[in-house]
Design a binder for this molecule. Sequence first.
Ligand code: CUO
Length: 691
Amino acid sequence: MTNTDLKALELLFQRPLEPVFTTRDQGKTVLELPDSFYTDRYRNDADDVSNRFSQNVELKIPIQELARKPNLDFAKKLSLKNQFSLFNSNHQDIAGKLIQLFLDAPNLKQFVSLAAFTKDRLNPVLFQYAYAVAIAHREDTREVPITNISQVFPGNFVEPSALKDARQEASVIADTGNRVHVDIPRNYTASDREDEQRLAYFREDIGVNSHHWHWHLVYPASGPVAVVNKDRRGELFYYMHHQILARYNTERFCNNLKRVQPLSNLRGEIPEGYFPKILSSVNNRTYPSRISNQLLRDVDRPDASIEIAEVERWRDRVLASIDQGFVENSSGQRIPLDEVTGIDILGNLIEASSTLSINSQYYGNLHNQGHTIISFAHDPDFRHLEEFGVMGDVTTAMRDPVFYRWHTFVDNIFNKFKTLLDPYNASQLGFDGVSVDYVEAKLGASNAQANTLLTYWQKSSADLAAGLDFGPSADGNIFASFTHLQNAPFTYTFNVTNNGPKRTGTCRIFICPKVDERNQPLRLEEQRLLAIEMDKFTCELLPGENTIRRESSDSSVAIPFERSFRPIGAAYQPKGADELARFRFCGCGWPQHLLLPKGKPQGMLFDLFVMISDYSQDAVQQPTNTPNDACSTAYSFCGLKDKLYPDKRTMGFPFDRRLPNASLAELTGAFSNMAKTDLKIVFSDRIVDKA
Ligand code: CUO
């Protein structure tokens, strides 16, 4: 990146808790601030401080004076040491204003100045969030890569003793190349006395949590309309979280646990306790824990107040609206919940997006306030001066078993709406003259057996340096090793006969578990709610026989490990324009290493389901002049940047609605454009070191 302004923006992701004048970019670069930028703490020593940090640097980037200093009073309610929560309406509001302020900066230089000026005056997590949203949405910052959140605030993702080791390693061993990898322990949050611990590898996976953070970053619920009002965002809120639950429930079957029970009763005890043992960067305390069998109570604190009865009232109103088939806006107008837009309306209203909800006064703030009540269960009236637990933070919420219980409650509301719609009919499901004759999924090895896939543990490492503040010198890489589930890459092959002219189809691949945790067969209605989207892509069908091949690594759901944990320093950045474009906003996507559920050592059976639908009914006309987006591989959950969602069917099609047949076999028997085969996932309990 030759433009020093863009470089400065990139550097502001580094060392989030250090003052903005300290060296960045491995000690090579410093931002030269106007005197008026120094906070009161350093103002009298501004010369000293700036001289001290500008010795021996290779590059000084001058920061322009601000034309007008912003009034930051709107953010006062959130102190620099408070925890910041996207589920908290006050915090959402503050973030919305800050994003608007960033977007309003008239040019790149003034945006850089504004960011440098505000950074040390605002809560650092708030700053990093709003800053990342602004970078993602400003026209002039398209080339700035957004640092992965696990690197900005590593404490939210890993066991804190690993960070201590990392700091020590960095202070003792000057040469980055000689530093050992710091090991993040496995299974550190509970013992196997706790059944839920069997899923810890999924809940506490760094890639899973960073995906979830990234999704909420791409689809904020409040803020400037231009940022919030993205194509089908409410529907995508439903679908992305629905898919997380399908995966989680299937993962539970693999570990002999039953499906998640929805948290429908906010008056009962929550049997699942959770002790996160991770550190919040802003106050250097571990996130509060929740004991087993905790009762939820009304929250009445300076930073949040919500009564359980209010949430129940919102829930009842939403459910009643679904039964009636319409919602009412604030002027009492009835808006039908139809089969195309109904789910999008409900998604924004239930989440709730204060900017997009059709009537936030009446339908309230159901999903977010659920997060809030649960996250303060340990100290609802602030008598112990404790902050929220992991459920209050999008970077950490998925670690807690109760996340899945709350989201199952939310998902059941969406599913209820979908279940009331008519089942799909033959004209919606079929594709005349197209027949899928054969499907298989196979590992790469030449002697591999078709339809037997493999999972195992893998030990990988990622660079956590960006977020390590006050290291000995502003340098270097800190590699942390951790163990995660992995799957061996595989290839799908389908044989398709096209008894018509050349045409285009959309190939949709799902896997559905066949049996539950007790080995009892699942009905189609259960399978459809557990269907896991694996991939979706368009395919050209020539007249006659076609063979379609697709690699698991090309999945429209997932992003590669390397993209989740890429190093982002100048030395790593690609030169070519296309390559550089890839470097942009591309961190959203399900982690490829969790593409397949774990399976079982003896093998676990799934239905591999393939459907080719008629592209002429699926295609979406993108508005002209949208910039070419180089990272569109994970669009199923994340959409395309600055574009319409590229599939006209409702998300999850054909499993989002009831189906006209009694079983999956009957369905694929009735429609030639669908096929299924038995697929076995075998888990091998060994740890493979990443080469
Ligand atoms: Cu993603 Cu509840 O929406 O965490």
